[in-house]
Design a protein around this ligand. Structure first.
Ligand SMILES: [Zn+2]
Length: 399
């Protein structure tokens, strides 16, 4: 008996890069998947064996948008904002953040959030933060943290000071923009240039308030920025939607990840597709904020790479990609369940450059895989169950 190898058998295996395998098996060796296929084809290999009943072995999940630093602010989800009032929510967030700034408490809460992500089957997270040292949050965790330092500065002194700060940030720290309503053209271009071939995730078209500000220069966001000391009058109003505006700045390409993308027009969807930009859907956070529903179905039809993100505990009481899949399907009942599952797994792994290690069950990927309790007997129902059970999902890890 070769004890360095293990053969795991389950009624179903989701390879993530091909059809569902019925009565499947995964052979592992040295922390990696060595083979995956029908149990009948693998049953004679010499290996330690383990059998799972009523379970499905799936790829590890990938969360493409979170803010671990905001984890201590989970109390903000106790009461939903006025529907769509992003500005009101940001006001509450800034006040709560000022009261919860003690670093050790912030990082304790962030590590708890990471542990929750891991318990939910997630092995990688794209994390947006405001402290460079947060890039080390994932050390010692099985869920890898891909950290992006977010900068803000819309115009005048705020944009200039952010540009000055940018030049002093160590090269290995990935930097990104907060949003088109909080980052001016010069800073936006400088951030994108610095990102180069690295991923460039930013909040785009999350609320109608953002659209109003970019189109007219007015509305609640304008008032809020003024309150914060931003010289809003110095900002050149683009007079167009968020996606068109970003394209006019030359920052939309296949390494740009537009997060939320709720308030986008049909022509902007076509523009995203033409530029090869990816979109991170955050249905849970959007629902909490009442900002609307992103046109996920149309985006999929245009071939836009779609991934999923939970956003932070400050706008989503659950850090569960299973719940994000469930809500996305509630929002778009016609989306194919297989496509929804790919958004939470293989698509995210590809975007983060992890396709050879995560997001699928294939030779060479990490053998630490979710084993999900799955009450369905019929293979046609497996993806439907995985993408609609939400927080009812129970899982353990293969290794
Ligand atoms: Zn966010």
């Amino acid at each position: 008996m070769d004890y360095s190898r293990a053969l795991y058998r389950a009624p179903f295996v989701v390879p993530g890069n091909g059809p569902l395998i019925v009565d499947g098996a995964v052979l592992t060796e040295g922390g990696l998947v060595a083979a995956v296929g029908a149990y009948a084809d693998l049953k004679d290999v010499e290996a330690r064996r383990e059998e799972y009943d009523a379970q499905v072995i799936t790829p590890a999940l990938v969360n493409c948008h979170a803010h671990l630093e905001l984890s201590p602010l989970a109390g903000l989800t106790g009461e939903a904002p006025e529907p769509g009032d992003l500005t009101g929510w940001i006001r509450g967030l800034l006040a709560a953040r000022a009261e919860n700034s003690e670093l050790e408490a912030v990082y304790d809460a962030a590590r708890m959030a990471l542990a929750r992500l891991y318990a939910g089957g997630c092995r990688a997270v794209a994390d947006i933060g405001n402290r460079p040292e947060s890039r080390l949050l994932g050390e010692g965790f099985k869920t890898e943290v891909f950290f992006f330092l977010e900068l803000l500065g819309l115009c005048g002194a705020s944009e200039e000071s952010a540009l000055a700060a940018l030049s002093g940030i160590e090269v290995e720290v990935c930097c990104t923009a907060h949003a088109p309503y909080s980052v001016g053209p010069a800073l936006m271009r400088a951030l994108k240039k610095r990102a180069g071939g690295r991923l460039f995730p930013l909040h785009v078209a999350e609320s109608a308030q953002e659209s109003e500000f970019l189109r007219t220069g007015g509305g609640p966001l304008s008032d809020f920025l003024g309150e914060r000391g931003v010289e809003v009058a110095a900002f050149t109003v683009p007079g167009m939607g968020s996606v068109r505006y970003l394209d006019s700045l030359g920052v939309l390409d296949e390494r740009t990840l537009c997060v939320h993308a709720v308030h986008v027009e049909d022509e902007e969807i076509a523009l995203l597709a033409a530029r090869g930009a990816a979109v991170c859907l955050c249905p849970g956070s959007n629902r909490f904020m009442g900002v609307g529903i992103a046109p996920g179905q149309k985006m999929l039809a245009h071939g836009i790479p779609l991934v999923l993100g939970t956003d932070s505990l400050a706008s989503n009481p659950h850090l569960s990609l299973w719940r994000e899949m469930q809500l996305l399907r509630e929002d778009h009942p016609d989306l194919p369940p297989e496509a929804v599952f790919a958004m939470a797994s293989s698509n995210g792994a590809r975007l983060l450059g992890l396709a050879d290690r995560l997001g699928v069950v294939a030779p060479g990927v990490c053998s630490s895989l979710p084993v999900v309790r799955c009450p369905v007997k019929n293979e046609a129902e497996v993806f439907d169950y995985l993408t609609s059970a939400g927080t009812d999902i129970q899982l353990e890890w293969l290794e």
